[in-house]
Design a protein around this ligand. Structure first.
Ligand code: ADP
Length: 499
């Protein structure tokens, strides 16, 4: 039995400092063959030097009767370099003279138990580390952690970002839709959320409105995951939440800004149209006059004794052409004046330039400006709002025309050039040979309210810039050695056009 349990029994003479008796298992525990005699010194030499003092202290205490029962551990150094751990239980034997004569006890091999405990301890340390690691992840990614029970009521909340506390008190035992303040405003969102919970599905980035500790409205973003016991029974949800009020407010502010910019863009567009009224009237009047002339002519051809049908037909054909031209102009004006939603569609920038030319031809003529176009024939499509891009080009052209008003010593020439840049993006430049821009102003021309004109608002170029940037592009002023100014914008190619 001793051999099977790795337990040896012994009795020790506390005065003679040697065993009175020891079982064979004790020898085996020290790594000796029980058949061979061993000295007490040899046995002692196998005790780990660090543990010797403890054993000596046990003997002293026994001798002096300080204690009657002992339990202690020590290590045995085995010949193969291994270590055996021994757990000892002993008690004193008192002789007839009342003095302690012996110590009897057992040595038990607890190496395996010790190793098992060590493994358990290491696992616990690793577990604690891993818990801390996940806590760190969760805490950095959120403002508080929560847990809900099988009935979806809050069982636990742990806030970690704000010492003052974000959360209102008394949330324990409440349902999420009792905490939220937007259940009536957004029934569909909450219906879906409850269905997700019912199905024990994880959810991500649910955003809802509630109030904070001081009663102010806050927006919360929350994500959670169901958890189950070992048998797969649903126990509830665990998750993280973040106060995203600042982000939502910033989004709203940006949306408001966009709206204000769009409205401003519309107002300036209508203003530009106002400036173009005479030119536009002319653009419409000219085809109308031609229609009248051709209609007259047509009647003439028909009124002949032998009506000349061929001539009459070509007069009618011209009438149709002119009518189309006039209605095109009206369509463009209407579109520019309309306050429509921004509509991003694939566009060929050259088509946009042609739309613009139709509107400004007369303006060019009346300011004695020659228009030159260098449109690269096959350009990739860009994704944009036709009207807004027209507005940008009209603005650049009108500025160019105005800048050349004072020029009398050279031909007034305006160049519109479309091309592809090194990165394959679409590029459009409007160059004039007007008064140009002073070096000190070059950095500011695109800023809002920068103007050198007495009646100028200084908003034109700044609106052009925000339109181009909203299209993912860039508007810039190019400083050149020749007289005049060149403005240019680049736009990214529409993704589908790349494929
Ligand atoms: P505004 O025309 O109301 O002044 P803009 O934003 O269109 O507003 O232009 C700002 C300023 O930039 C103008 O006042 C002018 O000084 C300068 N500028 C714009 N385009 C040109 C150009 N083509 N040539 C010279 N100066 C220009």
């Amino acid at each position: 039995a001793q051999h099977l349990t790795h337990t040896g029994s012994w009795s020790w003479d506390v005065h003679g400092l040697d065993f009175v008796y020891r079982s064979a298992e004790v020898d085996r525990l020290f790594g000796f063959n029980p058949q061979e005699p061993v000295s007490i010194e040899t046995i002692r030499s196998r005790i780990h030097p660090e543990d010797l003092p403890r054993l000596q202290e046990v003997q002293r205490q026994a001798r002096e009767k300080e204690q009657e029962r002992f339990e202690y551990d020590f290590r045995v150094l085995l010949p193969d370099g291994g270590i055996r751990r021994i757990h000892s239980v002993a008690h004193v034997v008192v002789a007839s003279d009342g003095k302690v004569s012996e110590l009897i006890g057992t040595h038990m091999d607890v190496t395996d138990q010790h190793a098992a405990r060590e493994r358990l301890e290491n696992t616990l340390v690793a577990l604690r580390e891993s818990e801390q690691r996940f806590r760190d992840y969760a805490e950095t990614a959120s403002d508080w952690l929560w847990e809900t029970g099988p009935d979806h009521r809050v069982t636990r909340l742990s806030e970690h970002t704000s010492t003052a506390g974000i959360l209102a008190t008394g949330l324990i035992d409440l349902l999420r839709w009792e905490i939220a303040c937007d259940v009536e405003d957004e029934p569909e969102k909450w219906r879906q959320h409850r269905a997700t919970l019912q199905a024990h599905q994880p959810f991500r980035d649910l955003v809802y409105r509630t109030v904070n500790r001081t009663g102010s409205p806050i927006y919360v973003r929350t994500s959670g995951k169901p958890f189950f016991d070992g048998n797969g029974n649903f126990l509830g949800y665990r998750g993280v939440s973040t106060d995203i009020t600042a982000i939502i407010r910033a989004d709203q502010a940006e949306q408001d800004l966009r709206k204000a910019q769009a409205e401003l863009a519309h107002v300036t567009r209508v203003t530009t149209l106002g400036e173009l009224t005479t030119s536009i009237a002319h653009e419409i009047n000219q085809p109308l006059a031609a229609i009248l002339t051709n209609a007259d002519a047509c009647i003439g051809w028909m009124a002949r004794e032998a009506p000349d049908l061929a001539e009459a037909r070509s007069s009618v054909e011209w009438i149709i052409e002119d009518a189309i031209r006039a209605s095109e102009v009206i369509r463009s004006v209407r579109a520019l004046a309309k306050k429509g939603e921004i509509e991003m569609v694939p566009l060929d920038i050259n088509d946009v330039v042609r739309d613009v030319i139709a509107l400004i031809t007369r303006e060019l003529v009346s300011h004695r400006v020659t228009l030159r176009t260098e449109l690269t024939a096959v350009l990739p499509r860009i994704l944009g709002d036709r009207i807004q891009l027209q507005q940008v080009i009209i603005n650049l052209v009108m500025n160019g025309i105005e800048a050349m008003d004072a020029i009398t010593d050279r031909p007034r020439e305006l160049l519109i050039k479309s091309s592809k840049d090194d990165l394959g993006r679409v590029q459009l430049a409007v160059a004039d040979c007007g008064v140009g821009i002073a070096e000190k102003d070059a950095d500011h021309v695109l800023d809002p309210f920068f103007t050198t004109k007495s009646s100028g608002l200084g908003m034109g170029l700044s609106i052009c810039r925000s339109i181009v940037e909203a299209h993912g592009g860039r508007l810039s002023f190019l400083q050149k050695d020749e007289p005049g100014a060149t403005f240019q914008f680049v736009l990214p190619v529409h993704k589908e056009a790349i494929q």
